[in-house]
Design a protein around this ligand. Structure first.
Ligand SMILES: [Zn+2]
Length: 403
């Protein structure tokens, strides 16, 4: 069975097609509500001809049968029957977009924009729809300039701000995304400082890659002033100090982060495993690791800690950390595999064999380490913005039991 297929009462439905139909039905119902309003609003206006309606009903029947091509043809005919009806154009344009025929959708928006008798509000909506068409077609720069134009004409339009912010993020234009997010906060009167902190942190990462550490530092300080609990900002601040060769400050920043958020400790330890310290730093790093080992760490952090110890030839401490990880989470396959390897290296073949046997016992569907609290999406690596529901800070490490 296809993953996108749903069975209800013995009938197969394609979920994507169903969603498409629901979206189109919404548009069509909107069209008819608009029509009814138009009809009741003014008796001076000429009523729509019955032929117009019959063509529309035909169109709906095609949509219900998931025959988009025929639906488009029916709606196109409606445009010819009553070319003054702007809603028909809008519906047709949206249908083309759903179908992926972006060129035709855009041509329809242009037709609306060029019409003399169309009011400003409708033209603005056509411009917005054109931005959506460009976005859907993957023409991100054109989508950006279209939404920028919408905002120039209607500076308080929240939906356009949100679209534009998303596009700036998608093109990694973090400064503009940040400014747009600031406007969204004002327009919607919501507190979105935790998102702004992430956008500043992303900007800092790019500056760090370029070697502009002072600029990265300024962005991270700003991020933490917006949201002192931003885990990624603290993580990066530590990295920035590390790159600046301020190892003591880096370790102090990370230690504070572990104290405040023990469930994110594994991210710091993973990072520390990658960092190579100068021999002079190694004593500081070991002291840091030993201090961290006393904290109330979860299985993921214990595994990461074991790797850090192994890298520094502290086999006994690594073994203790792995055993603790497996007590907390017996099915943590990676920890068991590593335990086997460390025991083999130590010459303890019997112990290694027993761990590998244990590993086989616990073989099963592997669970991913992170889960979105909002939409349930699972991930192997940390993502600060969920790719499923597009919320920030909703993806969290799984709890050890349950979740
Ligand atoms: Zn989500």
């Amino acid at each position: 069975m296809d993953a996108n297929t749903l069975h209800i009462g013995g009938i197969e439905f394609n979920i994507l097609a169903l969603l498409g139909i629901i979206a189109i039905l919404g548009l069509v119902i909107g069209y008819f509500l608009g029509k009814r309003k138009q009809f009741t609003d003014s008796s001076r206006r000429r009523s729509n001809s019955p032929e117009d309606y019959s063509v529309f009903f035909k169109g709906i029947q095609y949509i219900l049968a998931n025959e988009t091509d025929q639906a488009i043809e029916a709606f196109s005919r409606a445009v010819q029957v009553n070319s003054e009806t702007i809603e028909t154009y809008v519906t047709l344009g949206n249908l083309f977009r759903v179908k992926g025929e972006i060129d035709r959708a855009i041509r329809i928006r242009q037709t609306i924009l060029l019409r003399e008798k169309v009011d400003e509000r409708t033209k603005l909506q056509a411009l917005f729809d054109m931005g959506m068409d460009y976005k859907q077609g993957g023409f991100l720069q054109r989508a950006i300039s279209t939404f920028e134009e919408v905002i120039r004409r209607a500076p308080k339009r929240l939906d356009a701000h949100k679209e534009l912010e998303g596009l700036y993020e998608a093109t990694h234009d973090w400064q503009r995304a940040y400014e747009m997010q600031k406007e969204i906060g004002k327009l919607s009167n919501t507190n979105n400082q935790h998102i702004m902190a992430h956008l500043k942190t992303e900007q800092a990462k790019i500056e760090m890659e370029k070697g502009n550490l002072d600029s990265a530092n300024a962005h991270l300080k700003k991020a933490l002033s917006l949201d002192p609990t931003c885990v990624d900002a603290s993580l990066q601040l530590g990295s920035m100090y590390w790159l600046k060769n301020k190892k003591k400050k880096a370790l102090a920043t990370w230690k504070k982060l572990v104290k405040n958020n023990p469930r994110w400790a594994h991210l710091i330890l993973n990072r520390l495993e990658e960092q190579d310290g100068m021999p002079a730093d190694e004593a500081k790093i070991l002291e840091f690791l030993e201090k961290i080992a006393e904290e109330n760490l979860d299985a993921l952090a214990r595994l990461a800690l074991a790797r850090c110890f192994m890298k520094r030839d502290r086999r006994e401490q690594a073994l203790a950390s792995l055993r603790r990880a497996l007590e907390l989470k017996p099915d943590l396959g990676e920890a068991r595999k590593m335990l086997g390897e460390v025991l083999l290296e130590k010459g303890d073949e019997k112990g290694a064999l027993s761990e590998y046997r244990n590993l086989l016992d616990h073989l099963g569907p592997t669970t991913k380490s992170y889960r979105c609290q909002q939409c349930g999406l699972e991930s192997d690596k940390i993502v600060w913005k969920c790719p499923g529901c597009h919320n920030w800070d909703t993806v969290q490490p799984r709890k050890i039991v349950g979740d």
